[in-house]
Design a protein around this ligand. Sequence first.
Ligand SMILES: [Zn+2]
Length: 228
Amino acid sequence: MKYFYKVLHLFFPKICITCNTQLLTFEKLICTQCRHDLPIICYKNYKDNKIKSAFLGRIPIEKANSFLSYRKIGKAKKIIHSLKYKGHQEVGTHIGEWFGSILKKSNEFHEINHIIPVPLHRKKLKKRGFNQLTTFGQSLASQLNTNYTPNLLIRTSVSKTQTFKQRFERFSNSETTFRLMDTQLFKNQHVLLIDDVMTTGATLEACCKELLKTKNIKISIVTMAYTE
Ligand SMILES: [Zn+2]
């Protein structure tokens, strides 16, 4: 039993993940003060929806939204880092439940058939041990009453010759390619593509281009954070 609690403590630290102060018994992961100070975006209308505008003229997107505003320093970064680099996967569950309940109330994402995470390359997945979007995607799916479908869109590397050619285009994400393993399953379906942080949207755009190979697919996008 003692071992059980030790393990439990490992996964559910009793300190706030953003400010490191001791949590009170009723607080979970993020202290009350930090919760109030979180830079929550949750776009409520199209006019101010910066993600939707960012994809305008690039790819057809149905709906888009993001939970937090991401800056170089700040609480959003600490939250994402604790999930991604410290292995606190329960953070994904928590944010998924929180954001998912808001999206559910907005009624804008009630027609989603599948939630698809931006995939990690298998080498990176092996190194990290998990995709940071798994718990987030699962709890979003549960809130929106839909399927979490993680294994059909995969990330691959381009060949060495191509990599050499594209070395100077490194920042445009051109070394990465995505492949959809089944172009039938999402036919006539509305999929929700999810990612942790959106900056330029290049990765999401590359994923969408691959998904758009499916006939009559509709794509929406949700990210945990957005670099405004
Ligand atoms: Zn705090």
